[in-house]
Design a protein around this ligand. Structure first.
Ligand code: NAD
Length: 402
């Protein structure tokens, strides 16, 4: 290295090469009745880091969950009292609106951070986020940016959050009319999935979450897709054991992908897990969130599978199986917003703006995941808009028997 006192000549430069790696690990637990005092899981997870017990803890919970589980707040308070040597609740459980609205208003993040400050939370304290993917995303963002990262334990309460949104490394809120424009990559301290919460989901959120399991099976694991084909009827009838199997495998595949795919913090231009998502994110926006995330993902899967078929990648028989599985689960595969301004791809309300936004969000070249067969994702960097128009036409006409 050049000594700092050495004067630099014109056009010369000095270099310091920085290089280090950080290992992340966290556990995803599957349990029932998490806040029952007889269930020591949460206390054990927190106590595993035995320094300076008890740890301060703030709990932020989805109002949709609290309304359906009216004893939850008092149960949490009793739990913290019972395990008082490990956990110290700094303030009463904070109730927050559930659903996408929480991600559309950054004031919430600031309000929680103010509470974290008033409660003197430190980087060794815990924020427990209880709720659907939207609440987990927003609270996760607040926790990740307070003190540059307060420990976050996620308690996902929807199917989608338990099998996907709650188990990964991302958080975020929406801004400037774009999904997840503000956010960080920030692994949680732990994830605690309690299937008892799922009983109170309405049918749309019960079904919606399974779209992410279908997505991950289609791009990665034909055996899992076959399992979902078999389980679809039982899941539609709300059989919990069928749903638990689907959630467990989907969460496992999502975790494996993050750990093994070589790009956990999405530095490259590709995002394989976002199969069907360029259209899904766009449709959520175009329908003003009339569609929930999972419902939009189901349509995105149907669209990109149909396009894969039209491009000669996906055999017709396999496309039909995908339609059949989505329809057994009672997903709608077409909404009018799909067809708006298809002939004017630059129009602000065109579906095709979603491709541009997808590319912008990831940076680099456009990368869209398609299917070369069930269980075999394949990335492309160019798309044929005419074939996409055709794919929308097929979904619109509900010509599912090709
Ligand atoms: P959601 O969070 O919007 O919740 C849907 C509704 O269910 C809300 O009204 C909520 O109050 C209610 N609810 C939650 N749990 C309940 C329960 N147990 N009983 C009754 N009602 C309950 O929906 P979601 O599908 O869980 O999450 C969608 C969000 O997740 C989107 O914002 C999406 O962008 C995000 N997401 C994030 C990631 C990620 O990696 N961070 C991945 C996928 C999706």
């Amino acid at each position: 290295m050049v000594a700092s006192s050495t004067p630099l000549n014109r056009h010369s430069h000095q270099l310091l090469q920085q290089n280090f790696s950080v290992t992340f690990q966290y556990q995803v637990h599957f349990t029932e009745q998490l806040f029952d005092s007889n269930n020591p899981l949460l206390a054990n997870v927190v106590a595993a880091d035995s320094e300076t017990l008890p740890h301060k803890m703030m709990v932020i919970a989805d109002e949709g969950v609290l309304a359906n589980h009216p004893h939850l707040s008092s149960q949490i308070e009793n739990y913290c009292h019972h395990y008082g040597d490990v956990l110290k609740l700094t303030t009463a459980v904070i109730a927050v609106p559930g659903g996408e609205a929480i991600k559309n208003n950054s004031n919430w993040v600031e309000a929680w951070q103010q509470k974290m400050d008033e409660s003197s939370l430190c980087r060794h304290s815990f924020v427990i986020a209880i709720g659907g993917g939207a609440v987990l995303d927003a609270v996760g963002y607040a926790a990740a940016t307070a003190h540059r990262g307060i420990r976050l334990i996620r308690v996902p309460t929807t199917v989608l959050a338990q099998n996907d949104a709650g188990v990964g490394v991302k958080n975020g809120i929406n801004a400037f009319a774009k999904k997840n424009f503000l956010g960080t990559f920030s692994p949680p301290y732990a994830v605690l999935n309690d299937s008892a919460f799922l009983h109170t989901l309405d049918d749309r959120n019960w079904r919606g979450g399974i779209a992410e399991a279908i997505k991950v099976s289609l791009i990665k694991d034909v055996a899992f897709f076959e399992q979902l084909e078999t389980l679809a009827g039982a899941i539609a009838l709300r059989e919990m054991s069928a749903m638990q199997m689907a959630i467990y495998r989907s969460a496992e595949l999502h975790l494996q992908h993050i750990a093994r795919n070589g790009d956990p913090f999405e530095m490259g231009s590709s995002r394989p897990l976002d199969f069907g998502h360029w259209a899904a994110h766009r449709l959520e926006h175009l329908t003003h969130y009339r569609l929930n995330h999972g419902e939009a993902v189901a349509i995105g899967i149907a669209l990109d599978s149909t396009y894969s078929y039209l491009m000669g990648l996906l055999p017709e028989r396999e496309l039909q199986r995908i339609y059949d599985t989505l329809q057994t689960l009672k997903f709608t595969l077409y909404v009018p917003e799909l067809s708006h301004y298809l002939d004017d791809p630059q129009h602000p309300n065109s579906l095709f703006i979603g491709l541009k936004e997808f590319q912008e969000h990831l940076g680099g070249q456009l990368t869209v995941m398609l299917l070369a067969g069930i269980g075999r994702g394949v990335e492309v960097h160019q798309v044929n808009l005419e074939r996409y128009r055709e794919a929308v036409g097929i979904l619109k006409n509900q010509s599912f028997t090709l």
